[in-house]
Design a protein around this ligand. Structure first.
Ligand SMILES: *Cc1c(COP(=O)(O)O)cnc(C)c1O
Length: 400
């Protein structure tokens, strides 16, 4: 058992207050501590003239809840502040945010470059966009020089995940954002893993941040939601070209749940950070484990922690490890022996979850193409005492 203490995450005190709701406009809601759920589809106006003015500024004024709604706006304001962006627009899911960003900012003839292992459905969406004349490819060598070599004259968007999906490699976000800017391409970071508390891509020169808020931001596995944060002009453009027309807006009740989740985000993340590192370091010393993929453990996969560095202010509880086997059945045997971890997709809730990307041996060559080991098990460490999770992993790893 690892007994040296894990490093502390660095959470900005201003962010802590924002999450708790200290910036909320209580005067505007009769002092209600929790924002009212404005459950309405439309807003009535006192005169035709006022209605016409509302229609001219739908990005700012509640007219119809497919556009602006006060409960949704409250959470958008909060997310924009946490990411240090000027504006935010929320969506019914992370994929609605991602599809609005791609549809809203790309056109036929453009090329989209993914950098790092990227969330599968984001890449599937790009495959669907080839029907509309948008090309894409993936840079798995994430050094800035290698990324630069992938840029084409028509590259208009550089889509980054750091840490990346499944094996959680970090890249130099500032360097890649600089490359994109010099090339005239928009840089986008999917910041769902780190949340704005642990990584602020806009302060590293990135243009757009997208989130699946269904994960840590909501935090309780009870709401689907997504967000895009950027400067005011770009968000206005996205609002009119994508949010309003694609119609994937966040509902008032789901916005309320998301806002409630945000209140405890700093407290939850401290526990995810510490418990995740404790479990990851224990795993790194187990004989059946080839490597642990955790952004704060050294790249050799030993239990030695790395320093936080300038880019990340902490680690959440999602990481993976490689078992000493490549076969789907052997991986499944370990997963099926777990009793505390639930088996399921998604992550970021209070409960611990486990999953393998190795669906069966026939499809495993797709993992090889993405440089994801076949023996990978991904864990989302919840808020349970870490000793209980380690005991569960110990007995599951003893199953052969
Ligand atoms: C889950 C996830 C998404 C998609 O979000 P949904 O809310 O499920 O639509 C996007 N990016 C990453 C990294 C994710 O994990």
């Amino acid at each position: 058992m690892v007994d040296s203490p894990v490093m502390e995450p660095r959470i900005d005190p201003d962010d802590e207050l924002t999450c708790l709701g200290h910036d909320e406009d209580l005067d505007n809601q009769q002092g209600a501590m929790a924002p009212p759920i404005v459950q309405t589809s439309l807003f009535a106006f006192p005169s035709t003239d006022a209605l016409m003015r509302g229609l001219d500024a739908e990005d700012d004024q509640p007219v119809y809840s497919r556009g602006t709604n006060p409960t949704v706006r409250a959470v958008e304001t909060k997310l924009a502040r946490l990411e240090r962006g000027e504006a935010c627009t929320c969506f019914a899911s992370g994929m609605a945010a991602i599809s609005a960003t791609m549809f809203g900012l790309l056109k036929a003839g453009d090329h989209l470059l993914f950098v790092n292992q990227v969330y599968g459905p984001s890449r599937e969406l790009a495959r669907a966009l080839t029907r509309f004349g948008v090309a894409h490819n993936v840079a798995l060598d994430i050094t800035p020089d290698a990324v630069e070599a992938h840029l084409r004259p028509n590259t208009k968007m550089v889509w980054i995940e750091s840490p990346g999906t499944m094996v959680f490699r970090q890249l130099d976000v500032r360097a890649v954002a600089d490359l994109a800017r010099a090339h005239g391409a928009v840089s986008v970071v999917d910041n769902s893993w780190a949340t704005p508390l642990f990584q602020k891509p806009l302060t590293l020169g990135v243009d757009v941040v997208v989130h699946s808020a269904s994960k840590y931001l909501g935090g309780h596995s009870d709401v689907l939601s997504g967000a895009v944060i950027s400067d005011g002009d770009r968000i206005r453009r996205l609002f009119y070209d994508a949010t309003l027309l694609l119609g994937g807006m966040l509902s008032p009740f789901d916005a309320w749940l998301l806002n409630r989740g945000l209140r405890t985000l700093p407290a939850r993340l401290r526990v995810h950070h510490a418990n995740g590192l404790t479990v990851a370091r224990w795993l790194a010393d187990q004989p059946r484990v080839r490597r642990v993929f955790h952004p704060l453990l050294d790249t050799e996969g030993t239990s030695r922690p790395r320093s936080l560095g300038a880019q990340l202010r902490g680690a959440t509880g999602l990481f993976s490890f490689e078992l000493d086997t490549d076969g789907h059945t052997d991986v499944a045997r370990v997963l099926d022996a777990l009793t505390r971890f639930r088996l399921g997709v998604s992550w970021g809730g209070v409960e611990s979850l486990a999953l393998t990307p190795n669906r069966d041996d026939r499809q495993a060559s797709a993992l090889d193409d993405d440089h994801i080991p076949r023996g990978t098990i991904r864990l989302s460490i919840g808020l349970e005492p870490p000793e209980i999770l380690i005991d569960d992993l110990r007995q599951a790893l003893a199953v052969s």
